[in-house]
Structure formats: structure tokens, C-alpha cells
Design a protein around this ligand. Structure first.
Ligand code: PRX
Length: 632
């Protein structure tokens, strides 16, 4: 349990980034800003909300009806007005909004704010022509292409609720998400490109809409115009045809601050993923604020967040946050090691990226292949580096700081979750950084490390990471399952439980250790043990399965599965390959176990629950701890 671990804090070392990179940052003086927040939280958030444009102002900043919060009640807005119109009808009309890069240098597309605005309006009108209305759910299953962002913003424009599904998910996962929200329309691409190969997406969609009766139309972006895939006219419509001849203006729907903006699924501890619901007003304020103050975005920045919008990082810091700030964003459909290990550094040099946001797993991969790769490129444009998704271990911090940031750029290691919508904990620019520690709660957030009764634990003692007060971009519910939402606030009295283990140092810096539940963070992506287990047992040869996370130097964790076979099946390499393939096909490549071991029995409690903790301890050669509830 949480209290079982302690961390030695006597090797404290803080880094101070160069003044040139940090002076006059939006963040200003952390303590002063934090005090301003504590003195009057509502006034603090209200001031930020006023930096954006609203059709009608709110009656109340915050309504806290534990465990349900409303923010900016009765405020009226449209987030795309703030992402697009606000810039187009001001000074940023001809400023570059997005620069897209495919896998090769000749695949480049650039949209100014005006061009993006018009594309979004045209596609929004296209969606309307299909009968999509405010409140309808639209599922987006696309690679990282400008059309993915256009589709998201077009939904938001007309008040449709988007649910973006990462292109690496397989049929069962996509079907579950489409059915989970009752999507009326699915927007997909024919293929995604990875390492020079076209990987079909449309065939996955075709299978995933079987038994999904809510789906009326499928919009398909056909990327290869020379060999367009065939469309089935009774259901399918071409993305570009849908936009063609549509007016370049589409009035933004007036949304209530509390209307849902999107649903994004995240793995849960049961087999069923959770549809996290974010709303228009609070999410807009939260992502605008953090993008501006944590990354210090300015008008002449070139901002690159490497996350796919299929994840929350891509939503908040690949699309909404930077566009709300009128930033110029690079997006790339690029694998970090193709065609070689220098491709990302090449992009930074070529586009003059100034703010770079990526994940520890990528940094560790680059560490392994060597500093000679970034050294081939001029990275001097960089001024802020970010990290997200899992702990940035001190070795990776040091490498990132030295070889990418030239010991000048601040590193913001941002801790947050799909559920939180925005950054919660980091070391604000200008503050000394402690490698291995994300930092302190940002102004606007009250975070703590506590025991299971909610009492703060002393520095150096492990505990559970909690947030004490509601914040604007917090999830409002779990789609169709509010009870599951309430658990977040009911587990520890008065607190939002993040289900992460953490430790604080004497200065209040927080180190996030990992999950306290049955989620495995693989290369920064959450995967539920139950999801993988149910994928495995859906194979005819498997009677039972248990899955654990195994520490891995590069990916943080990898998945190891233990399976019991049904009588008559024999363990063989062929069968293991078949099981791996089966998981790939049902959940997608991200959930594939790197090891599958056939066993005769699994450790269980007397009530029949699999004790993954025991499996893990055995795997790691560690003491399994309390096994008094073990069956035999
Ligand atoms: O365990 C924490 C880890 O990722 C979880 C949230 O995953 P997800 O909802 O997919 O969102 C990922 C992107 C925000 C957390 O509960 N995590 C995220 N950021 C960090 C982190 N662990 C340590 N340090 C971080 N900076």
C-alpha cells in the first residue's frame, strides 16, 4: 500500500534554468500568484476567464455541490469562437495556426487562422447537412492530420460532442466506444502512415460499426487520391465532398458553460473504459490558462506537442490550449525513429520550434540511441521543454536538460490526467527544478499527499495524491455512469483521488511514483489490466488470464500476461503468437503483452479475486507482502 514506501530525500538537488529563458514569463512569481489564488479562488479564476470572449457572462464562478461542480454557471460561449474567430477578427488572421508534416519533407500543409476557420466552418456545415445537431455524439477515428483537428473543431462549432478514438485502437475498442456514446456519425480516414507503410483504418471502422445501431453515417477522408478506397454510398461519404461547396461561414452554436464539449475514454480498473466528460466553459478556461502560464506561450512561438489528439494531451495541449492562445502549432504524423532517430530534432530545427512537449518514454528512447542524434541539429530555437504521461526519472531529466535544452531551457514536468483536463502539478517557469519531482500544484490547484483518511503525510513518506478543491476543467461525470464518477471524490473524504502514489519533499515538491490501482502506464498510455485480461479470455484457448505491469527501462512499464489454457490446448510458440495477434486485433497494438506465460493456476483471494500483486512480486523476485487472503 501507499504507506509502505518511503523515499530518501537527502540527495536534494535543484536546477535553475537560465534567466534568459525564464525572465518576464507569464508565470511571474509563483508564490505571489499562488497567494493571489488562495486569497480569493473565485476571483482568481474569474480574472482568467475574462481574458476570453463570452457571449454572456456567468452568474456564478463556481457552484460546488459535492461531489458535483459547475463553473461559470449560465455563461454562454463557444470554444471555437475563442480558438478561431477571436484571432481571425483580430490581429492573427494571417498568422499560421497549424503546420502539418507527414513522414516525408514533401508532405507539408499549412493553415493560417483564417484558413483553419474557413475549413472548420465548411466541415461544420457539412456535418449539419448530415443531420448532426447540438448534443449529438460524433466519433473521430483518424491519424494526426489537419482534418482530425478540423473535425474536432467542427463538432465543437455546432455543439456536437466529439469522442476521439486513438488510431492505434482495434475493432473491439472502437466498437465499445462508438456504442458507449451512441455516436451518430463516425469520421475516419482510410489509412494512417507508419514507418512508410499505409495501415488501413477504414476496414477497422467497417467492422466496428457492426452492432452499433446509432451510427447513421461514416465520413471517410481518402488520403490516397490516386487509389481512392471504395465508399459504400448507403452509409459512407467522402470527407472532402462533404466540405465542398459549403459556405465558409458557420455561426457558432451558443453553448452553455456546462454543456458537454467532448467525451474521451480512458482505461478503468474494470474491463469497461470510462467516458470522461468535459464541458465547454471550464475546460476552455483551464486549458487556455495552463497553456499560457505553464508553457509561457507568446505570439512568436512555434509550439509542438507530440501527442496524438486521440489522448487527452493532444486534446488539451495539441488542439484547444494552443489555439485558444493563438499559437502557431506544429503537428506531425511522425514516428520518432523513422526514417531515422533524428527526425524529431530535424523538425525542431526546420520549423524553429520554441516550445516542445513530449513524453518520458520518447526521451528514454532517444537516450538509448544516443546524444549524437540531437547533436546533428541546431536546437537553439528551443526555450521551454515539457514532459507528461509518466514520471520523468532523474536520468531522463538530466539527458533532456543537457542534450535537448542545452542546460538553459526550463523543463516543465506536468502531472495531470484525462480526468483533470489540464495541468495540475508542475514546476512553473522560473522556479528551481528538482529532477524526478513534477513540482508543486499550479496556482489554482490545491494538491496534497495524504494517507487513506485524508491526513497529509510528512515529507519523505509515501501517500496518495489528492486534489482538495474543484477546478474549472475537472471532468463533470462519466458518460452514463455517474456512480463511477462519484468514486473519485468518495474514496478519501473531501478529496479527489487521483489513484497515484506520491511523495513530497521538504519544500512541497511532489514526486509521482505510479498508479495505486490496476492500471498500467505503458509508454505514457493508460491500459487497464482488466481490458487486456478480457481480450485474452475472449480467445477460445484461454480459460483465465491475469495481467501485470513490469518495469521497463524505456516504456516505464510493459505488459506481462499469465494465462491458464482450456483443456485440450497446449502451450506453444504458435499459440502465444496467436494470442498476441488476438489482443492486437481486439484492443490494438498499444495493448499487446510483451510476454505471455502459460501457467496452471493463478493466485487468488478466497473470494476469487486474482492477486496481481502476488504475481508481480514473484515476477520481480520481491516479497509479496500480506498474503493472508490468498486461497491456497
Ligand atoms: O499515473 C499518472 C500518469 O498518467 C496518469 C494519467 O493518465 P492519462 O489519463 O492517460 O493522462 C496522461 C496525460 C495527462 C496519471 O494518473 N502521469 C501523467 N503525467 C505524469 C504522470 N506520472 C508522473 N509524472 C507525470 N508528469
Amino acid at each position: 500500500m501507499a504507506e509502505d514506501f518511503n523515499v530518501k530525500l537527502d540527495t536534494a538537488m535543484y536546477y535553475t534554468p537560465s534567466e534568459e529563458c525564464t525572465k518576464d514569463s507569464w508565470a511571474g512569481d509563483y508564490n505571489q500568484r499562488y497567494q493571489e489564488f488562495v486569497a480569493d479562488p473565485a476571483a482568481y479564476w474569474e480574472k482568467i476567464a475574462r481574458e476570453l470572449e463570452w457571449y454572456e457572462e456567468w452568474d456564478q464562478v463556481r457552484e460546488w455541490n459535492y461531489p458535483h461542480a459547475k463553473w461559470f454557471t449560465n455563461g454562454k460561449l463557444n470554444i471555437t469562437h475563442n480558438c478561431l474567430d477571436r484571432h481571425v477578427f483580430n490581429q492573427r488572421r494571417n498568422k499560421v495556426a497549424i503546420m502539418w508534416r507527414g513522414e516525408t519533407a514533401d508532405e507539408e500543409r499549412i493553415f493560417t487562422y483564417k484558413q483553419l476557420y474557413q475549413a472548420v466552418c465548411r466541415f461544420a456545415n457539412g456535418l449539419k447537412s448530415l443531420g448532426v445537431e447540438k448534443g449529438d455524439r460524433v466519433c473521430i477515428y483518424m491519424p494526426v492530420v489537419p482534418e482530425q483537428i478540423i473535425a474536432m473543431l467542427a463538432c465543437a462549432r455546432i455543439g456536437a460532442i466529439h469522442t476521439v478514438v486513438f488510431g492505434g485502437f482495434g475493432v473491439a475498442a472502437l466498437n465499445q466506444r462508438i456504442r458507449g456514446v451512441g455516436a451518430k456519425v463516425v469520421i475516419a480516414a482510410d489509412v494512417t502512415f507508419r514507418r512508410g507503410k499505409a495501415i488501413p483504418l477504414k476496414t477497422i471502422v467497417e467492422e466496428a460499426v457492426v452492432n452499433a445501431p446509432s451510427v447513421e453515417r461514416i465520413v471517410v477522408l481518402r488520403r490516397d487520391e490516386t487509389k481512392p478506397v471504395e465508399l459504400h454510398p448507403e452509409m459512407e461519404v467522402d470527407f472532402n465532398d462533404l466540405m465542398e461547396n459549403q459556405p465558409r461561414e458557420c455561426a457558432a452554436e451558443t453553448m452553455d458553460a456546462e454543456d458537454p464539449l467532448f467525451i474521451l475514454f480512458t482505461s478503468g480498473t474494470t474491463g469497461e473504459p470510462k467516458g470522461i466528460v468535459h464541458t465547454c466553459g471550464g475546460y476552455m478556461v483551464g486549458t487556455y490558462y495552463t497553456t499560457k502560464y505553464v508553457f509561457d506561450v507568446r505570439d512568436n512561438d512555434v509550439y509542438w506537442c507530440t501527442a496524438d489528439p486521440g489522448w487527452i494531451t493532444g486534446h488539451s495541449y495539441g488542439v484547444y490550449g494552443p489555439l485558444l492562445n493563438g499559437a502557431t502549432c506544429l503537428i506531425a504524423e511522425a514516428t520518432p525513429d523513422f526514417p531515422d532517430n533524428g527526425v524529431w530534432w530535424n523538425l525542431i530545427e526546420e520549423y524553429g520550434v520554441t516550445i516542445f512537449y513530449t513524453a518520458p518514454t520518447a526521451i528514454r528512447m532517444f537516450m538509448r540511441v544516443g546524444a549524437e542524434w540531437p547533436q546533428k541539429y541546431n536546437l537553439s530555437s528551443l526555450r521551454v521543454l515539457g514532459s507528461v504521461g509518466e514520471p520523468l526519472n532523474p536520468e531522463a531529466f538530466e539527458w533532456y536538460y543537457q542534450h535537448i535544452g542545452n542546460r538553459e531551457c526550463p523543463i516543465v514536468d506536468t502531472w495531470w490526467q484525462t480526468e483533470t483536463g489540464m495541468h495540475m502539478i508542475t514546476t512553473m517557469i522560473g522556479e528551481p527544478m528538482r529532477p524526478g519531482f513534477a513540482g508543486k500544484p499550479i496556482p489554482g490547484i490545491i494538491a496534497d499527499v495524504v494517507d487513506k483518511d485524508g491526513n497529509p503525510v510528512p515529507p519523505g513518506t509515501g501517500g496518495l495524491l489528492v486534489i482538495r478543491e474543484p477546478w474549472p476543467s475537472m471532468m463533470r461525470t462519466i458518460w452514463g455512469n455517474d456512480e463511477r464518477y462519484q468514486k473519485y471524490w468518495n474514496t478519501i473524504p473531501g478529496c479527489y483521488t487521483a489513484a497515484d502514489l506520491a511523495v513530497k519533499d521538504e519544500n512541497g515538491y511532489i514526486m509521482v511514483i505510479g498508479r495505486s490501482d490496476d492500471l498500467i502506464v505503458v509508454a505514457g498510455h493508460n491500459i487497464g489490466t482488466a481490458e487486456v485480461e478480457s481480450a485474452l479470455v475472449s480467445h477460445e484457448a484461454v480459460a483465465e488470464a491475469a495481467v501485470i505491469g513490469k518495469p521497463d527501462a524505456m516504456k516505464g512499464n510493459v505488459i506481462k500476461a499469465f494465462v491458464i489454457l482450456i483443456e485440450g490446448y497446449q502451450a506453444s510458440e504458435k499459440l502465444i503468437n496467436e494470442l498476441t495477434y488476438h489482443v492486437r486485433m481486439t484492443l490494438g497494438p498499444i495493448a499487446i503483452p510483451s510476454e505471455i506465460e502459460v501457467v496452471d493456476a493463478l493466485p487468488k483471494t478466497r473470494s476469487g479475486k486474482i492477486m496481481r500483486r502476488v504475481l508481480k512480486a514473484r515476477e520481480m523476485g520481491m516479497d509479496p507482502g500480506d498474503i493472508s487472503t490468498l486461497e491456497d
